[in-house]
Design a protein. Structure first.
Length: 214
């Protein structure tokens, strides 16, 4: 019985992966907006119903790594040792995801991923929706880590600031890649920006005095 369940899970995993690969291949070749769920099903050799068994929406096909990345973000906060800086742990997570975690990435695929988002208003809207969901779960994780009330403004503000910082870093990466900079060089160039962004998070923005003569 255990072996049967194991084989079934393996089959489900392979089917999901095949659908995901088929979808991204079509999205990159024809553009996200031009591809339908029926196109993906045909490419993967499954029915449309089967696609929806694994993915709720077309956007989920594109942003297939959202759940594991969100889980990793929450785990970074929850696994931070007692007495250690949660902000430093989050900084190390950003460095890993954008640098060390990308060393084996297909550079061309990364570029096409970012280009597809820029070219599709639907993907841009869904990316914003993902950020709202991440803000909710990160805020909850931070409240637990800081032993704060579930609706603590500190946890909510910290989550919002972290995601804003992450967005600034991500936008810089996207700009460099779409401008033609090779992935390794772009990732290397991000490191001082990451350091500067997190220094600002730790020290605050200050009074933000307007510059220039009156």
């Amino acid at each position: 019985m255990t072996r049967r369940l194991g084989l079934r899970e393996q089959h489900k995993r392979r089917t999901r992966e095949a659908i995901g690969v088929a979808a991204m291949s079509l999205f990159f070749e024809h553009g996200y907006d031009s591809v339908t769920i029926a196109d993906v099903a045909r490419q993967a050799g499954v029915s449309v119903a089967t696609v929806f068994n694994y993915f709720d929406t077309k956007e989920d096909l594109f942003f297939d790594e959202v759940d594991p990345l969100q889980a990793a973000l929450v785990a970074t906060v929850r696994d931070c040792p007692r007495g250690s800086s949660v902000l430093l742990a989050l900084q190390e997570q950003v460095i890993y995801q954008l640098t060390a975690g990308r060393t084996d990435a297909d550079a061309d695929e990364v570029v096409r991923f970012h280009a597809a988002i820029v070219e599709s208003a639907d993907l841009q809207r869904h990316e914003q929706h993902i950020q709202l969901l991440r803000r909710q779960v990160l805020s909850q994780a931070l409240a637990e880590a800081l032993a704060a009330d579930a609706h603590s403004f500190t946890a909510e503000l910290a989550a919002a600031q972290y995601l804003a910082a992450e967005a600034v870093i991500g936008a810089e990466l996207r700009s460099r890649l779409l401008g033609g900079q090779p992935l390794p060089a772009a990732l290397t160039a991000l490191q001082p920006l990451i350091a500067a962004v997190f220094t600002t998070l730790r020290t605050g923005l200050g009074p933000m005095v307007k510059a220039g003569a009156r």
